[in-house]
Design a protein around this ligand. Sequence first.
Ligand code: GLN
Length: 487
Amino acid sequence: MSDLTRLSAAELASLMGKREVSAVEVATAHLDRIDAVDERVHAFLHVDRAGALEAAAAVDRGEITGPLAGVPIAVKDVMATKGIPTTAASKILEGWKPPYDATIVERLKAAGMPILGKTNMDEFAMGSSTEYSAYGPSKNPWDLGRIPGGSGGGSAAALAAYEAPLAIGTDTGGSIRQPGAVTGTVGAKPTYGGTSRYGLIAFSSSLDTPGPCGRTVEDTALLHAVIAGHDPRDSTSIPQSVPDVVAAARRGATGDLTGVKLGLVKEFAGDGSEPGVTAAFRESLEALVKLGAEVVEVSCPHFQYALPAYYLIAPSECSSNLARFDGVRYGLRSGDDGSRSLEEVMSLTRDEGFGPEVKRRIILGTYALSSGYYDAYYGQAQKVRTLITRDFQAAFEQVDVLVSPTTPFVAFPFGSRTSDPYQMYLADLFTIPTNLYGGPAISVPCGLSEGLPVGFQIMAPTLADDRMYRVAAALESAVGTFTPPAL
Ligand code: GLN
């Protein structure tokens, strides 16, 4: 048998369906791969060998069937997993074992997908490199001296290092797509509300969107179909049925985009992208034109304000959401030796439990929400959000999808952007508008620049997740997939 870790989720599912390989063998191959390489990659914060093998055995006994039954998966550590440590890569939640599963985790279990473990991330999903993890960064399998993106760098690194065929991420400002782009993997942010937030540790509730990560577009669509759909336990969950993303991906893979209109955002040109990123993006655009697509330039004049609006809205919501970490109910409690007041214990706990970026966001958000400044900052940012949404709506009257590079630069070396927060925030320049609007978007590998992967972003109207999968699969059929050097 060839190396099972090199196969796609679709291939693994088909082999298991034919009983040519067991789910326990598939899980074991991935757990052994984790044992072999994760000391160097550090994609995982916690590996659940026993739980994964038990879930695989249940599939082998025929107790669970389904399109992805037996296909193992890695889950970002921001999703609650019953009885399994869940830290959001923060010291403040060290050792916390949730008493319940997130809806998405429940769905993975119901689909018979063994959970290999929990993946590393920037603390509370704030960052673009995993350098803000309290447990040390993950490494990019393409070059271990470079970042795997963030916040979901662990999930993307696990895929690129063949430690898992599929992974779960969350995207608030780009944390699924940017790690996908810099590791040469696929990451999709579903329509906001299309995937449940129940059991997701909240960062910015009006933006947080769980989603699928894979090495191929079809695999990503298969996972999307498993996790998406209405959840009455999430008040912002969309009641409409999920479009058939798997059929759309398969249709796209035939390589016919006749009549599809791709919108090129005028305001993204001259955006400071690295030349190699622009070149790979342009070549891919030409490949799509050869498949029948038409490129139309569109204007989205308010996109230039997306980054500042996001960095007011997201910190504002985070300052409220993270107030619950006070040392009383969860995780870390510092200085509770009888000599301090409750307020002192809370303050010490938060001082010792939160890292520097999380503190920066809480302070920023608290300021933006404070009386006297609320209208000038938070209120103003919400107005910008409305204008960005209108830009998207107007653009989608002219074109089917919008396209751009996923992120302006390829994977950067560790330490090169941590001294200036703004340099780190620029990683999200092209991904953030979609989050403010709420539509779906996907990053697909489209080429290499200086030997490192470049991502191509496809943004679609809300609820038209199928549309982006069609274009993504067509692109993949034209440019192929990208394999990192052997670890
Ligand atoms: N990099 C962005 C931030 O730091 C996006 C994070 C995310 O999508 N979770 O906020």
